[in-house]
Design a protein around this ligand. Structure first.
Ligand code: MG
Length: 384
């Protein structure tokens, strides 16, 4: 593998940090061309000193501060809100890792695709909001998408070398989140800290709450539908608490291929970075004698209604998944600020989803309108 030139959008978050960790393992194989961050200028400064990227982007109010701390002859500082385009479209860029969370990832995602770049998204909001447009642009500009989300990476890997028309269904696995074995009546008595204690994965706060409600799995159903061109009814969610199988693909003949591995985001990140090759990872092999058994359960839709709501939104399509995503982002934000209870997340999001008049085959503008509408409505409801 030659040297790949990488841009990481959101280099100071959990996926960004792990991406750099993977890159550290392969001296000479990757070069960092651009890094972006929103808030954590201290960590970004360290990353700049270590990787000496020609470009970084931060929020405008942080630019001056950062300018004092780094060598601006080596690294040019850009405004993350306005100049991301400059970084992702650089001729020298081979792969854009979208490690930032939230709907802000949609614009740079599309820009990178239109520039024909390989995009490795860990972010799911963009695909949930505008999966149709993203896949269209990916095909049109021949810009491949290699997912980092562990389940999507698993499906991608299982499909490699197989024919799409021979695919029967996907078994999308879910660890079940922090509340799998907690009785529903106790949900609102748990502290935020308890809800943020994910049994298997260490991730950002928003996605950990989404894992507890299973909304995250619902988002992944929507993501998989777009990434792999599937009907929603062909995606089966399977609770698999050990989180060893990261998803499975069933073919028309009944054969099922599963992707397994240690529960470490570095694995799917490395696969995306080195694709189509595989390189030694230094990660431990799975020890099946220690694991002993793998278990599976049906998801409890009554206990985790966010999952049914997301599947409903996936089926209805149009602007609805975008509304679901926006309302959830607002509601989870309010929950993390202790403004609403855990079970209110569902009630609020469901209310907004049911109120929305779906726009069919939306263009980008309609999607952004729906996003704004949902956020405003959600805030309104929460302020009452
Ligand atoms: Mg996932």
């Amino acid at each position: 593998m030659g040297c790949k030139r990488v841009v990481i959008l959101g280099s100071t978050g959990s996926i960004g940090i792990n991406t750099l960790k993977v890159i550290d393992r392969f001296p000479g194989k990757f070069q960092i061309v651009g890094l972006t961050a929103y808030n954590n200028v201290q960590l970004l400064e360290k990353q700049i000193n270590k990787y000496k990227p020609p470009f970084v982007a931060v929020r405008p109010e942080r630019m001056e501060d950062l300018k004092q701390r780094i060598n601006t002859r080596v690294t040019k500082i850009l405004n993350v809100e306005k100049e991301l385009e400059k970084v992702v479209t650089l001729k020298s860029v081979d792969i854009v890792v979208i490690a930032m969370r939230g709907s802000e990832a949609l614009a740079p995602f599309l820009i990178a695709l239109r520039a024909g770049k390989m995009v490795a998204p860990a972010n799911k909001e963009a695909l949930v909001m505008a999966g149709d447009i993203i896949m269209r642009e990916s095909h049109r500009y021949k810009a491949p998408i290699i997912p980092i989300d562990s389940e999507q990476s698993a499906i991608f890997q299982c499909l490699e070398g197989n024919k799409h028309h021979e695919l029967k269904k996907i078994h999308l696995t879910a660890s079940g989140g922090a509340l799998l074995d907690v009785p529903q009546e106790r949900f609102d008595r748990l502290s935020i800290k308890q809800i943020l204690r994910h049994p298997r994965w260490s991730m950002g706060q928003k996605i950990t709450v989404d894992s507890a409600t299973l909304m995250n799995k619902g988002f992944e159903v929507i993501e998989a539908k777009w990434l792999f061109d599937l009907d929603v009814q062909d995606i089966q969610v399977v609770i698999h608490p050990e989180a060893i199988i990261h998803s499975m693909v069933e073919f028309v003949d009944g054969s099922i291929i599963a992707q397994m591995g240690v529960t470490d985001m570095c694995l799917p990140i490395q696969y995306a970075l080195t694709y189509p090759q595989r390189l030694g990872s230094g990660l431990k092999s799975l020890d099946f004698f220690q694991i002993k058994q793998l278990t599976f359960r049906k998801p409890d839709f009554d206990k985790f209604p966010c999952l049914s709501l997301a599947i409903y939104a996936a089926r209805r399509g149009g602007t609805l998944p975008c509304v679901l995503n926006a309302a959830d982002e607002e509601a989870v934000g309010a929950f993390l600020q202790k403004r609403i209870s855990f079970t209110e997340i569902y009630k609020i999001v469901e209310g907004i989803v049911m109120k929305h008049t779906i726009g069919k085959n939306p263009d980008l503008e309609e999607i952004l309108d729906a996003d704004r509408w949902a956020r405003e409505k959600t805030r309104e409801v929460m302020d009452q």
